[in-house]
Structures are given as structure tokens and as C-alpha cells.
Write a protein that binds this ligand. Structure first.
Ligand code: MN
Length: 136
């Protein structure tokens, strides 16, 4: 067994995230295996958000700090608190955000698709109307 040499903290790219969000990988598939799971800690500045996207095999999002907002195409926004885990099923378009006025940190778990290039499908940025949509 080995202590993994994981990548340093990286800022997520502006074409996929609005505002500042940083990712730390905690677990990644290992060479020479058929592993698919990735675990990442993601820290969002107040009001920062992902673009619309979906995951081929769904995603588990465990909030560890702050207040998280998650939106889906039905327009509803779910507020999630530390200690709670949100699940998004395979193919469901959604976004993740820190609520206005506070940082947010979550642990994300997802699996690679059969074609790793299709693990995440990205769309357009979230509008302010999306961001302030009705609460679930
Ligand atoms: Mn997601």
C-alpha cells in the first residue's frame, strides 16, 4: 500500500465555474485497475457556482461547511447544510453553488462513464434567475 501523490489544489476553470472554486482530489482511479470512482473536496467562494452539467453515473455531494444551493432544470433550488448528502441521478442536469454571503465546501463522489470522455457533460452558465429560483 502507498500514500497517494495527488495533484495540488487547483482553481476550477472559468468556462465551467462562475466565481472562484478550488478542487482537491482525495481519491482517483489507480493505473492498472478498472476503478471508476473519483472523490474530490471542492471549496466555493460566496456565490460561486458551476455551469449546468450532468454525470453519466450520477453524483453524491456531501456538504461539509457553509450553505450549498443545488439547482435542476425544473427551476427549483435545494438548500443543503453541513452533514447532509445530496444525490443527483445519472444524466440529471444540475448546478452546485455556495449561497450568497458564505463559503461552501463539499465532498463530491462520482464514477467515470464507460467512455471516460462522457463522465461529465457540461452546458451553459447558470443565470441569476436560475441562481435565485424558488426553493424546493
Ligand atoms: Mn455535479
Amino acid at each position: 500500500m502507498d500514500i497517494l501523490n495527488l495533484p495540488p489544489t487547483a482553481k476550477n476553470p472559468p468556462e465551467l465555474f462562475a466565481g472562484d472554486a478550488w478542487v482537491d482530489y482525495l481519491a482517483v482511479p489507480q493505473p492498472g485497475t478498472d476503478q471508476r470512482a473519483t472523490v474530490a473536496k471542492v471549496r466555493f467562494a460566496p456565490g460561486a457556482r458551476t455551469a449546468w452539467h450532468s454525470h453519466a453515473r450520477g453524483q453524491f455531494l456531501h456538504v461539509t461547511d457553509g450553505v450549498a444551493w443545488f439547482g435542476t432544470r425544473d427551476g427549483e433550488v435545494v438548500e443543503v447544510r453541513p452533514g447532509q448528502t445530496l444525490y443527483t441521478p445519472p444524466g440529471q442536469e444540475h448546478w452546485h453553488a455556495a449561497a450568497e454571503g458564505c463559503f461552501m465546501e463539499h465532498i463530491a463522489l462520482m464514477e467515470a462513464g464507460d467512455d471516460p470522455a462522457t463522465s461529465v457533460t457540461w452546458g451553459e452558465h447558470v443565470t441569476d434567475d436560475d441562481f435565485h429560483g424558488p426553493r424546493a
